[in-house]
Design a binder for this molecule. Structure first.
Ligand code: ATP
Length: 300
């Protein structure tokens, strides 16, 4: 699927400001943005629920604005707040959904993998929020869609359920399914995403693999405390980067804390007969990158 310079205005309010991206089969794109960034609006345009003000969207070869039914037949959608029918039991609901598809997943396999076995005979309204969410995921994928939209699929789930959902999402990718996921959870983005698109006030502010993004403006640091003074010039000659004293016996080295970097540093200090009494590394994660780029935390 592909978006080209997509804009959505609500009156004077520009909710989405010229977004472009593509997602290939078997890839996961993560949309990261604070509340109100425009993620839900973007997904709803891809699904044909709302029409862009300008720009082009192609989902599995269809324009969702003009062919919403063709799109919705082929994509799986998991929206925030689920979407079940109150009176029907979990297993019945999945069996019913399976009947709409030529080659559905086995409802019992999904019940098992998502840990819904204990509530398979419960009606939707008796499920906890987390169970409703897992059911919504099962309903989104039971028809083996080629593309799925997952809006905060693990928000509010306990650790065990989150891991089950992550495993399922990885399995979808292995099967060649394209996934568009929104999340507030940085570890989720780092764990699952092939590409991350950071959106702020409707505009793209950064896009790349989690690795590429965490290398942006990298000010990776290694801090050490030593038992006596380091020969800073000799260190610079040997290691190729500067070491600077921030106070007596406390040093800072600005370099990516890779295993090789640490080995090089300790080797040089051993040569200087300096003992490291403390060593600390700071690896920048997506959370830091988000903060650098947008100037705020993802969850305020
Ligand atoms: P969240 O993480 O809270 O779901 P989001 O990134 O999904 O946020 P959107 O729901 O897409 O953000 O909203 C983007 C902006 O558009 C917000 O400022 C929102 O108030 C505005 N907006 C969304 N829907 C409408 C609407 N129907 N009418 C007017 N403004 C709207």
């Amino acid at each position: 699927m592909r978006l080209d310079n997509v804009v959505k205005d609500y009156g004077d309010k520009r909710a989405v400001n010229g977004l472009s991206f593509h997602v290939h089969q078997g890839e996961l794109l993560c949309l990261l943005g604070a509340n109100g960034a425009g993620k839900t609006t973007t997904i709803e345009m891809c699904e044909g629920f709302i029409t862009p003000t300008s720009g082009e969207i192609s989902v599995l070869g269809f324009n969702p604005a003009t062919h919403p039914d063709a799109v919705r037949e082929r994509v799986g959608i998991m929206l925030q707040g689920g979407g079940g029918y109150n009176g029907i039991k979990v297993r019945e609901m999945l069996q019913l959904a399976a009947r709409y598809s030529a080659n559905p997943h086995d409802p019992d396999w999904l019940i098992d993998i998502l840990g819904l076995g204990g509530v398979a005979k419960n009606t939707y309204r008796r499920l906890s929020g987390g169970q409703q969410q897992r059911l919504a995921l099962a309903l989104a994928i039971i028809g083996r869609p080629n593309l799925v939209f997952l809006d905060e699929p693990t928000a509010g789930l306990d650790t065990q359920s989150r891991i089950a959902v992550w495993e399922l999402i990885r399995a979808l990718k292995r099967d060649g399914v394209a996934v568009v996921l929104t999340t507030h959870l940085m570890d989720e983005a780092e764990a699952l995403a092939d590409n991350v698109l950071i959106v702020d006030h409707g505009s793209q502010v950064a896009m790349g693999t989690p690795d590429e993004l965490t290398k942006i403006a990298s000010s990776a640091l290694i801090s050490i405390v030593c038992n006596h003074e380091v020969d800073e010039e000799a260190f610079h000659r040997a290691v190729g980067v500067e070491i600077s004293a921030i106070r007596p016996l406390h040093y800072r080295i600005t370099m990516e804390p890779t295993p090789e970097a640490i080995a090089t540093i300790t080797k040089e200090l051993a040569r200087q007969e300096v003992l490291i009494t403390q060593l600390e590394t700071s690896h920048r994660n997506l959370e830091d990158v988000f903060l650098d780029i947008t100037g705020r935390h993802l969850r305020s």
